[in-house]
Design a protein around this ligand. Sequence first.
Ligand code: ACO
Length: 333
Amino acid sequence: MKLYQSKILGTGAYLPKRILNNKDLEAMVETSDEWIMERSGIRERRIADTKNGEELTDLGKNAAEMAIQNAGIDRNTIDMILFATLTQDQPLPNAATTLQSKLGITNNCAALDVDAACSGYIYALTLANALIQTGQMKTILVVGGEVLSPLVNWKDRTTCILFGDGVGAMVLSQAPEGDESRILASHLAADGAGKDLLYIKAGGTTTPVTEEIIPTGEQYIQMKGRDIFKLATRAMAENSRIVLEQAGLQKPELDWLIPHQANIRIIETVAKFLEMDMNKVIVTIEKYGNNSSATIPIAFHEAVTDGRIKRGQTIMLAAFGAGITSGSMAIRY
Ligand code: ACO
C-alpha cells in the first residue's frame, strides 16, 4: 500500500487576555512568587472569560483561523477536525463540531475530540498522521486546547499555581511528492496504574456534581505532584528513546525539543536525557503555565513565528498527562 507523508502547513495559537500572575496568587493562597518560580518555573498564566467570548471553542476558532491563514488553504478543504481537549464547552456535542460551526466550515468534514489529558496533542497528531499516511484524509485541522481554570480549586495551593488556559492549532496536510517535511516517528503510551495520581472525581456519570458534592471540592483537579514528576520524566525519556530509534535518529541530530510545559524541572530533566542544551528547548511555561493539550502547539507556533524553528529542521515533541498517558513524536518541519 502506498503511504503518503504529512506536512505541517500552518500553525496558530490564541491565549485569553486575562493574566493571573504569582503575585495575584499570593493574595489568594499561602504561597510566594519565589516558591512557584523555583519549583515550577511559572510566573503567570492566562484565564479565559467564558461568559464573554472566551469559551474553549472561541479560543479554538481564533487559533484555527490563524493556522488556516498561515497554511494558505480554503477552510472547506479540511477533511477532519481533531480537537485534543479534556475541557469541552459542555458534555455534548463535542468541541470539534462546535468549532466546525464557529469556523463556518460547511463541507460536512468529520469532527472528533481526543482526550488524553496533557498528552492529547501528540495523540491527535499521531491519529491525523495515520489518516493522511493511509490516504483516507488529505487535510486535517489539529487543535489542542483547554479552559482548565473552572476545574481548578483556587483554594488549593498545590494545584492552583500550575494551570492555565489557551489553545494552539496546526493544519496537517498530505505533503507534495518529494517534500522533505514529514512526521518521522511517534510513540504513544499509557500506564493506567497511575490513574489516581491526577483526576477529577466528580462531574462524570458516576458522581455528578450535586449540592452535596460542591463543599467537598471533588469537582476540582486533585494531584499527587511528586509521584507524577517521577513517572513523567521516566515516560518522556523512554518514549523519546523509542522515537529516536524508530526514526533512525541520533540525539545530536535533533534541532529542537518541544516538551509539554508542566514544570521547568521536568523539562530540564528530559533535555538532559536528550543531551540538548536548554537553548534548544522551546519553553513557554513562565508565561502560560500548564494549559495541558495546548502547551505543545502554542510553543510550536511561537517558535515558528519568531523564526527559531525553520523548514528542514528536526524537532522532538514529548508529553505526559493524567492517566498516566504519554507520547513522543519526531518531526521534520
Ligand atoms: N506554595 C508554597 N508551598 C507549597 C505550595 C505552594 N504553592 N505547594 C506545596 N507547597 C509545600 C508543600 O506543602 C510541601 O510542604 P512540606 O514539606 O511542609 O510538606 C512543600 O511545599 C514541598 O511540596 P512538594 O509537593 O514536595 O513540592 P515539589 O517540589 O514536588 O513541587 C510541584 C510541587 C510543582 C507540584 C511538582 O511536584 C510538580 O510539578 N509535579 C508534576 C505535576 C504535573 O506535572 N502535573 C501536571 C500533569 S499534566 C496533566 O495531565 C494536566
